[in-house]
Design a protein around this ligand. Structure first.
Ligand code: PMP
Ligand code: GLN
Length: 410
């Protein structure tokens, strides 16, 4: 079994268990602790009380109403006709879409470029497919104002140096987990140019696509010239409708790429639950009509999260944890370098500093978070171990409880 897969299992299980054992205020794992919007709950209720068909198998590659509306919705965004039955695959969460993409597209010995920090399942999934990961880090450049995820950039030269004849794909995640970076069109263009020049695929994880703040706009790399044919775009109904437990996602790409992804889906999960697909289809149909209006959930959710982001940033600042303001997504990272706690008796030689800090914060202060070094390759982990990740998709009462802990301690 992949070493990375085992390490990953340890980190998530350990930190989730630690939070539960200490009944900690949980700003660790990324899920809302509030209900999904009423319209999507009603859609599921209606689906479940529909005919017997809602309780039986549906089309293997995606329930027809869902693939139709996904094609229509995203076709309008990327400005091209998307074929619902050829170009769309419905999966068990974005996770399975990622798994299908790596298994389908990566051959033994292929190189896959991962941009650090990256959602930590990418590396083990690439390795399981027989690929080799190559890493390039976003690095903060000196900014004049409040530190922002926008200050974290790729060096175009360093990025270009990672492409070679063995490179099969690059994986990007915008808005990024854990940093919150939202790639600008110019940044995506640099990546796209390299993909086209070297005939490389792009797997674009866009699960937080509706969540951008301060006027930042999410841009789909698949919409850039020459990229539709070489991009697999991945999304999540869980993130889209604040229902992470529904575990429904999708991959959208051109026919050629999709054929192989479908084979992997067929050979693993086979098909996803009918009623949740029906409900998500209804949710997207509603959003299609309301798109760009104040009634749209895709406007309301980021507006709500913007307030929560501000609240968390101000209490982290007051506690001496310098936050990096995210331009998008569910998470905020904060620098723990200037925190005045002596953890020398708790740390072990080989444990990154953020791991020690997160354990201490959970056990001693009752606040659960995630160490950012989990989102780096083992080679670069130590270089970025002065950050911890806080999730702000939480009830105000949860954020208030976290604020109490942080203010008392500072
Ligand atoms: N990609 C990223 C960047 C994530 O943060 C997550 C976690 N939600 C996933 C993929 C997996 O999404 P899902 O829950 O839909 O499987
Ligand atoms: N995407 C979520 C997070 O980053 C959940 C991860 C997980 O379940 N392993 O917290």
């Amino acid at each position: 079994m992949s070493r990375q897969l085992q390490a990953r299992r340890t980190a998530w299980l350990e930190f989730t268990q630690l939070a539960a054992d200490h009944r900690a205020v949980n700003l660790g794992q990324g899920f809302p602790d509030f209900s999904p919007p009423t319209f999507i709950q009603e859609a599921l209720r209606e689906a479940l009380s529909g005919g017997y068909q809602m309780h039986q198998y549906t089309r293997v590659f995606g329930h027809p109403p869902l693939v139709r509306i996904l094609a229509k919705f995203f076709g309008r965004i990327v400005g091209r006709e998307i074929d619902p039955f050829e170009d769309v695959l419905v999966t068990a969460g974005a996770y399975q879409a990622l798994f299908c993409a790596f298994q389908a597209l990566i051959e033994e010995g292929d190189e896959v470029i991962l941009v650090e920090p990256f959602f930590d399942c990418y590396q083990p999934m690439v390795e399981l497919a027989g690929g080799k990961t190559v890493h390039v880090s976003l690095r903060p450049v000196e900014g004049s104002g409040v530190p922002s995820s926008g200050d974290w950039v790729l060096s175009p030269e360093e990025l270009a140096s990672k492409f070679n004849p063995r490179t099969k794909a690059i994986v990007i995640n915008t808005p990024n987990n854990p940093l919150g970076k939202v790639y600008k069109t110019e940044e995506l263009q640099v990546i796209a140019d390299l993909c086209v020049r070297h005939d490389v695929l792009c797997i674009s994880d866009e699960v937080y696509e509706w969540l951008t703040y301060d006027g930042n706009k999410h841009v789909k790399i698949a919409s850039l010239p020459g990229m539709w044919e070489r991009t697999v775009t991945i999304g999540s109904a869980g993130k889209t409708f604040s229902a992470t437990g529904w575990k429904l996602g999708w991959a959208i790409s051109s026919v050629h790429n999709m054929k192989n992804l479908k084979i992997i889906h067929l050979g693993s999960v086979y098909q996803c639950p009918t009623a949740t697909q029906e409900a998500v289809a209804r949710g997207f149909e509603r959003e299609y009509e309301l798109f760009g209006t104040p009634e749209s959930y895709f406007q309301q959710l980021p507006a709500m999260l913007h307030q929560k982001r501000e609240k968390l940033a101000s209490c982290l600042g007051a506690a001496g944890l310098q936050p990096v303001m995210p331009e998008g997504g569910y998470f905020m990272i904060a620098d723990i370098s200037s925190v005045k706690v002596d953890l020398s008796d708790q740390s072990t030689e080989d444990e990154p500093k953020d791991f020690t800090f997160v354990k201490w914060l959970t056990k001693e202060k009752g606040l659960a978070t995630m160490p950012v070094s989990t989102f780096y390759s083992p080679e670069h982990r130590r270089e970025f171990s002065q950050y911890v990740r806080f999730c702000f998709v939480k009830e105000d009462s949860t954020l208030n409880a976290a604020e109490d802990i942080l203010r008392k301690w500072s």
